[in-house]
Design a binder for this molecule. Structure first.
Ligand SMILES: [Zn+2]
Length: 267
């Protein structure tokens, strides 16, 4: 996709500017008539990311990939990077486990879950969340679920993970509510920032004991084992079940036939 033919002010030839390639990590390559035009365009994108996004749209980045641009990141000095609109998608338990095993900094993958989700920046899987039963026995069986892992990869441009955590926390709460749970909780280490939880409408309940961060079976190091933690929660409001009110289920043998008294059950 080439811009209108005109003379390049740098090389004097017919100006050429097109999108040559886009990679999964957001890096891309432009094709130009000369290196001077390429340097000029790169500097302009750095100086004005909004203009850069419009240019990349004009060059067909969205049509080629099927993803919507969020912005063009400056790439922190490593060249501009395409940053796409985030999308939350389903994920299988094995894929979530493998992702956590590869990318989580201080805990291993969970052994069980109720549900989970993944978040994508364009073609790149950026993070996963897994939700299960509360680890604390006292909280079990009370309509509560716990976000037990939230893991976002840190090997790509940091701008690509902007908002990933709060979207995953928000999605986990919405999905728990849809599944008729009344509360969702999670824990953060006291040295972790709760910004993304607050952004997703969660409330900090304060310090939560000295329970080890690692379960004894999964301990990989004792480095974080006794760091104090904060508990966070969000109260959910599951909708009443739609449709007519049904009588509570009763085993057929216990239904009195019309006109029969209690004696029908005890002939
Ligand atoms: Zn040129």
């Amino acid at each position: 996709m080439t811009q209108d033919a005109s003379t390049c002010p740098f090389c004097g030839e017919q100006e050429e500017l097109s999108l040559f390639e886009i990679w999964e990590d957001g890096n891309f390559q432009l094709s130009t008539c000369c290196v001077w035009l390429l340097e000029h365009i790169s500097a302009e994108i750095d100086a004005d990311p909004g203009w850069g996004r419009d240019l990349l749209r004009h060059l067909g980045a969205e049509d080629l990939t099927g993803h919507r641009l969020r912005r063009v990141s400056d790439g922190q000095g490593n060249g501009p990077v395409l940053d796409w609109q985030l999308r939350v998608r389903d994920v299988s338990f094995p894929v979530a486990r493998a992702f956590i095993g590869k990318h989580h900094e201080h805990v291993g993958a969970p052994h069980a879950w109720r549900f989970g989700a993944s978040i994508w920046n364009g073609p790149a899987l950026m993070g996963v969340v897994t939700v299960g039963n509360p680890v604390a026995p006292a909280l079990n069986g009370r309509g509560i679920v716990e976000v037990n892992r939230l893991c976002v990869r840190r090997d790509l441009d940091p701008m690509l993970r902007w908002n990933c955590c709060s979207m995953l926390y928000g999605h986990a709460a919405a999905e728990a509510e849809r599944r008729r749970f009344s509360r969702i909780i999670t824990y953060t280490r006291v040295d972790e920032d709760g910004t993304s939880l607050r952004a997703a409408g969660w409330v900090c309940e304060g310090p939560a004991g000295g329970r080890g961060w690692h379960s004894h079976r999964r301990a990989r190091s004792n480095r974080n084992a006794w760091i104090m933690k904060q508990r966070w929660s969000r109260t959910l409001h599951p909708k009443p079940l739609a449709g007519p009110c049904l009588p509570p289920p009763v085993a057929p043998g216990w239904l009195d036939p019309p006109g029969a008294g209690a004696s029908a059950l005890f002939p």
